[in-house]
Design a protein around this ligand. Structure first.
Ligand code: G3P
Ligand code: CA
Length: 246
């Protein structure tokens, strides 16, 4: 049965990468949550998609140039007032840390997909901080580390050979088998059209494939029939109700 992961929490309905959105996705009963991480100036792991706070908060600047305390002064909900179920108290939503997300997930066994946004700024030492935080606060939960940046995945595996690492791809890679074997990659996270266009040749990887970002119901159905391990969607509510109907 194809699993459902909420993309950036529940991006289609709540402020992305916030405790609010992650909590609401958990209430839905998603199988997993996908989040993005960067590192602050004082080496705190912060949950955000972009390198800067400009698009998703009421502040400006690079995450790497701001301390966690400075980042915690910003609203991570205010700019999402265009979403249909916006409420004024979203303005109080803050940028979460990885520890806060792990604490929120604690009561449930929801999987956590941590995407390391390390291809623009490599954030020296981020892999070690993340592995240590998950060891300390993860309480044995299933964690999948993903990244477009292969060196980050290699470092994570070196730090802890038992972790699951997933390579994010949005373009075809010739010789993918060699990469999987050489770098001990456990799974691949593929852009939806890339997977669908090459479904025949990629089918052998289906039980280690998660596909993003799948918001179209026909594509959800097709990917489910192709038996991929999971789809990552902005609309986990729609995906869950559609799969329940089947
Ligand atoms: O993890 C899959 C997907 O989230 C990658 O794209 O830009 O939404 O982080 P992006
Ligand atoms: Ca992501």
């Amino acid at each position: 049965m194809t699993k459902i992961y909420g993309h950036r929490g529940w991006k289609g309905a709540y402020p992305e990468n916030t405790l609010l959105g992650i909590g609401k996705a958990m209430e839905l009963g998603v199988d997993g949550i996908e989040i993005d991480v960067h590192m602050s100036k004082d080496h705190e792991i912060m949950i955000m998609h972009d390198e800067t706070v400009d698009r998703t908060t009421n502040g400006t600047g690079y995450i790497k140039d701001l301390t966690a305390q400075e980042l915690k002064l910003l609203s991570a909900g205010e700019v999402f007032s265009y979403l249909p179920n916006y409420q004024a108290d979203w303005n109080n939503e803050l940028i979460p840390t990885l520890k806060e997300v792990l604490d929120l997930l604690a009561p449930e066994q929801t999987a956590l997909n941590i995407e390391l946004k390390t291809y623009v700024f490599p954030y020296h030492g981020i892999e070690e901080l993340i592995v240590n935080a998950v060891r300390k606060y993860g309480r044995g939960r299933k964690v999948v580390y993903s990244s477009f940046h292969l060196p980050s995945l290699i470092r994570l595996k070196k730090l802890d050979p038992s972790v699951e690492i997933a390579w994010l791809l949005h373009q075809p890679i010739p010789g993918i088998d060699d990469y999987l074997a050489t770098f001990h990659l456990d799974s691949i996270h593929l852009e939806q059209n890339l997977y669908l266009q090459q479904a025949n040749s990629l089918r052998k990887y289906r039980n280690k494939t998660r596909v993003w970002t799948v918001n179209d119901s026909e594509k959800m159905k097709r990917l489910s029939s192709l038996e991929v391990d999971a789809i990552i969607t902005d609309y986990p509510d729609q995906a869950l109700s559609m799969f329940e109907e089947k």
